[in-house]
Design a protein around this ligand. Structure first.
Ligand code: SF4
Length: 222
């Protein structure tokens, strides 16, 4: 493991503790959560998933055939509910038509080919695809988000212009292909992004990564 990235990880884990991600009682629930969490808070996702559970449809048999308007109404608390219902239906259609209605079959696929297939589903971008692979599938696919980008760029570890796959490679080429490590690492970075490395007014003095900042402080975008 890269000494630098291991040090970052160890520093975060020591300061913040295990994050116990992804919150969800099943692989299906985790997958639904990865789509619902786009552009909203986790609190809203929990309300939407609560509606699905209370309605008795938080299972593959029910969800694969649930009419889209019923699905949209149930996930309304997550926002953009019509769009997200369509995205979920696209994902369910993939499970139904390309995975024999089976998550075992889906996650039995080779990770790279499954990732390509997920990226081919309308509404599933790299972050959602990687979250599905890592958190629902237990596969070693590092998840990158805007928090990760900001933290790394502010420290000068990557450039502000780096794209998703450059940042993903930055971790994957330096770390062992360990799903549990990737799981915890991403969760810790999200915690730092939410609580310290805010878009405006970052709270460096209280952040666990302050000692890893350059001596002149945050690197600003050019
Ligand atoms: S030390 Fe500052 S720049 Fe670095 S992660 Fe923390 S808040 Fe962000």
């Amino acid at each position: 493991m890269s000494v630098h990235l291991k040090h970052v990880f160890d520093t975060l884990l020591a300061a913040l503790g295990p994050q116990h991600w992804w919150p969800g009682e099943s692989r299906l629930e985790i997958m639904v959560g990865t789509v619902l969490v786009q552009n909203t808070s986790w609190r809203n996702v929990e309300r939407a998933i609560g509606n699905l559970r209370e309605s008795g449809v938080l299972n593959l048999v029910a969800l694969l055939d649930l009419p889209i308007q019923e699905l949209a109404d149930l996930i309304r608390p997550a926002g953009y509910f019509q769009v997200k219902a369509k995205r979920l239906q696209n994902l369910f259609a993939f499970i139904r038509d390309d995975c024999g209605r089976s998550l075992e079959t889906m996650f039995g696929k080779n990770m790279e080919s499954l990732r390509e297939q997920l990226l081919g589903i309308h509404g599933i971008g790299p972050e959602t695809a990687d979250a599905i692979l890592l958190y629902a599938g237990g596969m070693p696919s590092f998840v990158v988000d805007s928090y990760t980008h900001r933290i790394l760029a502010r420290h000068g570890w990557i450039g502000y212009e780096a794209d998703y796959h450059e940042i993903k490679d930055y971790f994957e080429l330096a770390l062992p292909q360990d799903p549990q490590l990737f799981n915890e690492y991403h969760a810790l970075l999200v915690c730092v992004g939410k609580d310290f490395c805010k878009r405006t007014n970052p709270k460096c003095p209280s952040c666990p990564l302050i000692r890893l900042l350059p001596s002149h402080g945050i690197i600003e975008p050019a």
